[in-house]
Structures are given as structure tokens and as C-alpha cells.
Design a protein around this ligand. Structure first.
Ligand code: F6P
Length: 545
């Protein structure tokens, strides 16, 4: 077995954490801070251009020590080595998990079935570079001799979310090409995108690891038909490229073998933006910047692999997440980036986190007897403060929240940036400190209201505080820092999967939905509703009416 099978809840450290939780569950962080003026000094990690302050958590040094013991008991160190070395840790699909190899340096050696995959990775990277350079410079032209102006990425899930997120996040570094994304099988989506395009100047990148995903294949076919109204079959070769492992299916679709950017089955869809799936990113921001993204991720890989666990950012974030998920019974976690550029960051992470760790079967094939995957949600601040922060501050649920901010804005508008960041710091402080009855009463006293009204209002204006947050403060949003940030969360996912004793790199839960949809599609097409539960039959009949 590539990974050990250890039920975490049966380990000695888990039992100790459970006991420790009983002592910690009503501890007030405020008190921890007043007892130890050095708390933030002790509970932060500075690494490269990142600062992680995790002192605003309901933890003590003992909590962290117990989690370090747990990590040892589940052999985390050994699992990390297996992950990076290409062991078959995706056991249900009998595959290695090697998105980290895609950002490894050229002189690295990573073996899959005894063969070093790094030279192949660099051949594809070079193909991405040459192709991106030719499209951006205008050397490669469309079928009527015009330069390309627009790129359309056709893909879904990991073949869409990563490129779409990164192109948006790094738009400051973008060139003249306009990038569009078609993902949803909803015909209105593709139609709206096509409305904006000129077939003579548009390049289509069909991204599908399997080249059999219904949404992508249908959208690509619809787009090809639209294109053929203007261009010929030969012109397709100049305007359509594919990213896939399935060369045969790509050929069937009519894309030339030379126009295929290969990927490998050891790259999971949700971790694939580092591969040729990132072609749209390279086209949008240029290969140098795309490579910067990879280098930033590689730097974080080194930190994760080599740093001791007590100073290891992904490991600490994973511990904290498990602490709230499994002991405090938190149902979800919020992630709030304080930059509009990271608007698509949380939807991207939702796939990474929830598709990976949304599992209920342990590595021994038996149901787990503890909680696994966390529910992730969030939106950029400060917008989100005016949307759902009320619930985080005063709702009944404990929602540990990651705040991600940057010391510098990109356009140099310091006045805006300082206000943005004052909100960033104010939120974590308020979530920690809350507002006491004395403070509320003192505030109300200053207002011209009756004492009756003041006592009526007091309970509504109280903030319990003691809401845990992590602060991730980064110098500046660059391709490198984005790469590091994405890899930080990837490795957090890995650590959690190891501790929870699940397989993080398959996604069987998505497959069943795909199968049922094709059964129902056949029934809709034949207008013949088959055997379903009462509700589904009822709805299908209504739909067909
Ligand atoms: O959503 C399930 C999934 O299998 C993802 O893991 C993957 O990113 C997506 O579908 C798209 O798959 P493909 O790249 O093969 O079209």
C-alpha cells in the first residue's frame, strides 16, 4: 500500500487532542493575548514574501504540540516524500500525484514507472512558450492573415477554473489578447461568448484531460460549427488547439496532432493549471509570467517539503482546520482575499478542497467515523463585509476565516489601499475582541436616547468575539506570489487528506451525476420518461409537457 492506513481517531494523540479540547473549548483568545504579550511573535511564520499570523486562533503551544504528535503518528513526513517522489498515492485510480513535477526545476528527477518525467515536462513547457510567443507577437496568424485578438478556453472543472482564476488574478500583467472562458453546457453561455467574437481573429483552446467531458465536447462542437460558417476545415487547424491526454479523441474531433499540448494522467484536473491546461494563462500574460507562477509554486513546494512542521505554513493551516472541523464541530471555513483580482480564487479553491477531501470512505474502504472535508466559501473583501460578515460576527456558527491581504496594491493608489487594508486588519481584530457590554453601554450613553431604549439595544449590539482567523499578508500580487499561494492551499489539502486517512486525489462522487445525466438525456430526447423516484418522474413529465 502506497499510503499507510491509520484511523486518526484511534491514535493516542487524537485522544489527547480530544481531552485538550475539553479544556480549550471555552478559552477566550483575548485572555491568551493578555497573558502572553509575545503571542503573535511566537505564532507566526515569515517565509519569502509571506507572513502567516495564526495567533488569533483558539490554540496554545500545547495544542500545536499535540497536532505535531498526530502528524508523526500518521507518518505525515513519509507521506510527503511519497507525494513528491511519484508513489502511487492516488490508489483508487492507481496513479501518482505529480502536479509538483510540473513546476520542478529542469535538473530535477521525478520518476514515474522508472522514467524521469522532467524532460517531457520541459518539452511541453517549451512548446507552450513557442506557441504563446508566436500568438502574442502576431507571427502566427488566423486563416485570413489577421493577427489573433481573442482566445477562448473551452473546458470545465479543473480545465476551466484554474486558468480562469489565474487570468483574472494576473490581469495586471496581461497583454493585448482578450481571454474568454466557455465552461457551462448551458447554450446561453457559449452563445453570449460567441456574440463578442470574430472567427478570423479568435484562437480556441479546447482543454479536456479525458476529452470525453460532455460539456466541453458539446461546447467545442458548437463552436467549431459556428467557426465553419466563416472558415474551412483547413482553417480549423489554424484556430483550434487542444490540451489533453487523449490524443485519439482529439484527432476524432478534427484537431491536428501537432496542435495538441499533452498532459499526463498523473496530473489531477483540479491541480492542472501548472500543465498545458495553463496555456490560456501563458497566452494572456506571456510565458515569462506563466513560468513565474510555476516558480512561485515550486518555492512553496520546497518550503513544504523541507521546513520542520512547526514552521511549515501548509501544515499549520491544516492542523488549525482539523482542530475546528473535528473538535469544535465547525461546519465551514471562509476565505476572504482583500483584492478584487482574486475574485475567482474561492470558486477555484472550492474544487481543489471539496473535490479532494469531500470523502467519507477511509483508506481501508470503510466509512470514516469522524468529519472530513470542510465546506469552503468566501468572496473578496471589502465587498463581503457588506454581504455575509454579519453571520461570521454575530451568527450561531463558528466560522474560522482566512484573511489574505497584500502590502501593496498594483496601481499605486495608496489612499484606496490603506482604506482596504484598514478594513482587513479591523475585521480580524473585531472578530477576536468582539464588543463587551460595558463598551456597548458606553457607546449608547453618548447617544441621545432613553435608558430604556439603551438597555433594549444593548444585547443586539454585543459581539462575543473569539472568532478564529488566520492572516496571510503577502508583499504584492505577482505571478510568483500567486503561485506560492495556490501551492500553499494545495499542500494544506494534502496534509488534511493524510490525517483524515482518505484518498484526496480521486473524485468518484462526480462520476455518478454524469452517468445519470446521460440516462435522463436519452429519455428527454425520446420523450419517454423511464423509472425514477416520484419527484424526478413528476419533474421530467412537467419539463416535457
Ligand atoms: O468535475 C470532475 C472532473 O473530473 C474534474 O476533476 C475535472 O477537472 C473536470 O471534471 C474536467 O475533466 P476533463 O478535463 O477531463 O474534461
Amino acid at each position: 500500500m502506497a499510503l499507510k492506513n491509520i484511523n486518526p481517531s484511534q491514535t493516542a494523540s487524537w485522544q489527547k487532542i480530544q481531552l485538550h479540547f475539553e479544556a480549550m473549548k471555552s478559552v477566550q483568545m483575548k485572555e491568551l493575548f493578555s497573558k502572553d504579550s509575545q503571542r503573535a511573535e511566537k505564532m507566526h511564520i515569515e517565509w519569502s514574501d509571506f507572513l502567516l499570523d495564526y495567533s488569533k486562533n483558539i490554540v496554545t503551544e500545547e495544542t500545536l504540540q499535540l497536532f505535531l504528535d498526530l502528524a508523526n503518528e500518521v507518518h505525515l513526513k513519509e507521506a510527503i516524500s511519497k507525494y513528491f517522489e511519484g508513489a502511487l498515492i492516488n490508489q483508487t485510480e492507481n496513479r501518482s500525484v505529480l502536479h509538483t513535477a510540473l513546476r520542478a526545476p529542469e535538473n530535477a528527477t521525478v520518476l514515474v514507472d522508472g522514467v524521469n518525467v522532467i524532460p517531457e515536462v520541459y518539452t511541453v513547457k517549451n512548446k507552450i512558450k513557442v506557441f504563446s510567443d508566436e500568438i502574442i507577437s502576431g507571427k502566427r496568424k488566423g486563416f485570413t492573415g489577421k493577427k489573433f485578438t481573442d482566445i477562448v478556453n473551452i473546458g470545465i472543472g479543473g480545465s476551466d477554473l484554474g486558468p480562469a482564476m489565474a487570468v483574472e488574478a494576473l490581469q495586471f500583467y496581461k497583454n493585448h489578447l482578450t481571454t474568454h472562458f466557455v465552461s457551462n453546457i448551458d447554450g446561453d453561455h457559449v452563445t453570449e461568448v460567441l456574440k463578442k467574437l470574430n472567427p478570423e481573429t479568435t484562437l480556441f483552446v479546447v482543454v479536456s484531460k479525458t476529452f470525453s467531458t460532455q460539456e466541453t465536447i458539446l461546447n467545442a462542437a458548437t463552436i467549431k460549427n459556428w467557426f465553419l460558417q466563416a472558415g474551412t476545415e483547413e482553417a480549423v487547424a489554424e484556430h483550434f488547439v487542444a490540451v489533453s491526454t487523449n490524443i485519439e479523441k482529439v484527432a476524432e474531433f478534427g484537431i491536428d496532432a501537432n496542435a495538441v499540448f499533452p498532459m499526463w494522467d498523473w496530473v489531477g484536473g483540479r491541480f492542472s493549471l501548472w500543465s498545458a491546461v495553463g496555456l490560456s494563462i501563458s497566452l494572456a500574460i506571456g510565458f515569462e509570467n506563466f513560468d513565474g507562477l510555476l516558480k512561485g509554486a515550486n518555492k512553496m513546494d520546497d518550503h513544504f517539503k523541507n521546513e520542520s512542521f512547526d514552521k511549515n505554513m501548509p501544515v499549520i493551516l491544516a492542523f488549525l482546520s482539523i482542530w475546528y472541523n473535528n473538535f469544535f464541530g465547525s461546519e465551514s471555513e471562509a476565505i476572504i482575499p482583500y483584492t478584487q483580482y482574486l475574485d475567482k480564487f474561492v470558486p477555484y479553491l472550492q474544487q481543489g478542497i471539496m473535490e479532494s477531501n469531500g470523502k467519507s470512505i477511509a483508506r481501508d474502504g470503510k466509512p470514516v467515523n469522524y468529519q472530513t472535508g470542510t465546506i469552503i466559501w468566501g468572496e473578496p473583501g471589502s465587498n463581503s463585509q457588506h454581504a455575509f460578515f454579519q453571520l461570521i460576527h454575530q451568527g450561531t456558527k463558528l466560522i474560522p476565516t482566512d484573511f489574505i491581504g497584500f502590502k501593496e496594491g498594483l496601481h499605486g493608489n495608496e489612499a484606496h489601499h490603506d482604506i482596504l487594508m484598514s478594513n482587513f486588519f479591523a475585521q480580524t481584530e473585531t472578530l477576536l475582541m468582539g464588543k463587551t457590554e460595558e463598551q456597548v453601554k458606553a457607546d449608547l450613553k453618548k447617544q441621545d436616547i432613553s435608558s430604556e431604549k439603551a438597555s433594549f439595544l444593548t444585547p443586539f449590539k454585543l459581539f462575543a468575539g473569539n472568532k478564529p482567523t488566520n492572516t496571510i499578508l503577502i508583499d504584492k500580487l505577482t505571478p510568483e506570489s500567486l503561485g506560492s499561494l495556490l501551492a500553499l492551499y494545495e499542500h494544506k489539502i494534502f496534509v488534511q487528506g493524510i490525517i483524515w486517512n482518505i484518498f484526496s486525489f480521486d473524485q468518484w462522487g462526480v462520476e455518478l451525476g454524469k452517468q445519470s445525466a446521460s440516462t435522463i438525456l436519452a429519455e428527454i430526447e425520446s420523450e419517454n420518461v423511464g423509472m425514477h423516484d416520484g419527484s424526478t418522474s413528476f419533474l421530467l413529465k412537467k419539463y416535457l409537457k
